[in-house]
Design a protein around this ligand. Structure first.
Ligand SMILES: C[S@@+](CC[C@H](N)C(=O)[O-])C[C@H]1O[C@@H](n2cnc3c(N)ncnc32)[C@H](O)[C@@H]1O
Length: 283
């Protein structure tokens, strides 16, 4: 087999990576397990990054692979128009349920990030919590970036939050913890999260997650086990797909969801956050 045929086979295999996951099909348990984030603070930081790169008074935001859409409800509370897309029907249904509970008009659409269109142009597009690493191939990434660019007004900002590169290579001093417990009134949720099967040749890894939800009364403990194959996005590969997309220029790298922490090997830099400006041209 020639090397290009082998590459096509690998790309096809990656394209067949399951779009559905036990984790996302149980969105409340996902949400409880990963419920440690300070959403208002993250939104402050995201808006500050956008402002630093020229988007100072945004009116409309899209969250790509929005999951439960907590950031979108926070934006909506602040008077922004908020839109979200996610490929998973259960996740969208759960996010809509949270919208109704909060009496907030967040517009959600079930769509693949590689193929979505929006009814109106946005000022900010965001893709958080490593959702972009579901883009397994360069073609997936370019398609996603082009959809985001088509959704953004010229000069609009896209912000992606990815795993810090050191977390793939440092065995003992990872920036993220592997086990934690979240306690709620009705349920205690224990999560075990591991980055496994790191393959620097294929640039892939597997997120292995086991979540146990133990309810106080009336329901049996629910266990979710999920193994997700992801693309390991490092700076060089990411720069390459941005260039291939023809739609963006990279304007900033940060180590957290705030413009105050640059991307570096310092411990405070624990994520890889990149800001892109949509070029003033058709993607
Ligand atoms: C780790 S969750 C993050 C959710 C959200 N961004 C957040 O910060 O909470 C990843 C999300 O990506 C969605 N997803 C995975 N592949 C997708 C695709 N091809 N298009 C759109 N959404 C996708 C999943 O359904 C899931 O809701």
């Amino acid at each position: 087999m020639s090397s290009s045929a082998r590459k096509r086979t690998t790309d096809r295999k990656r394209d067949k990576a399951p779009a559905s996951h036990a984790l996302y099909e149980n969105p409340r348990i996902y949400d409880l397990g990963f419920g440690f984030r300070d959403i208002p603070r993250e939104c402050d930081g995201l808006l500050a990054i956008a402002a630093r790169h020229g988007v100072k008074a945004p009116r409309r935001v899209v969250d790509i692979a929005c999951g439960p859409a907590h950031h979108l409800r926070e934006y909506s509370r602040r008077g922004l128009e908020a839109l979200g897309v996610d490929v998973n029907a259960e996740m969208i249904a759960y996010a809509r349920h949270l919208n109704r509970q909060a009496h907030l008009a967040v517009r959600l659409r079930k769509a693949d990030m590689r193929r979505f269109r929006l009814p109106a142009r946005v000022d900010i597009a965001q893709c958080l919590f490593d959702s972009f690493s579901h883009c397994m191939t360069d073609a997936d990434a370019v398609a996603t970036l082009r959809c985001a660019a088509a959704a953004l007004r010229p000069g609009g900002i896209m912000i992606l939050e990815l795993t810090h590169p050191a977390d793939y290579f440092e065995r003992d001093e990872k920036r993220t913890v592997g086990r934690w417990i979240q306690r709620y009134d009705d349920v205690t949720v224990k999560t075990r999260f591991q980055t496994t099967a790191i393959d620097p040749v294929e640039e892939t890894y597997v997120k292995s997650m086991v979540i146990d939800a133990a309810y106080r009364v009336g329901r049996e403990t629910k266990r979710i086990v999920d193994r997700q194959l992801h693309r390991m996005w490092l700076r060089g590969g990411f720069r390459n797909v941005v260039a291939l997309s023809g739609a963006f220029e990279i304007v900033g790298w940060y180590g957290d969801l705030t413009p105050r922490i640059p991307l570096s090997m310092r411990p405070a830099s624990w994520r890889m956050v990149v800001a892109l400006r949509r070029r003033n041209m058709r993607p």
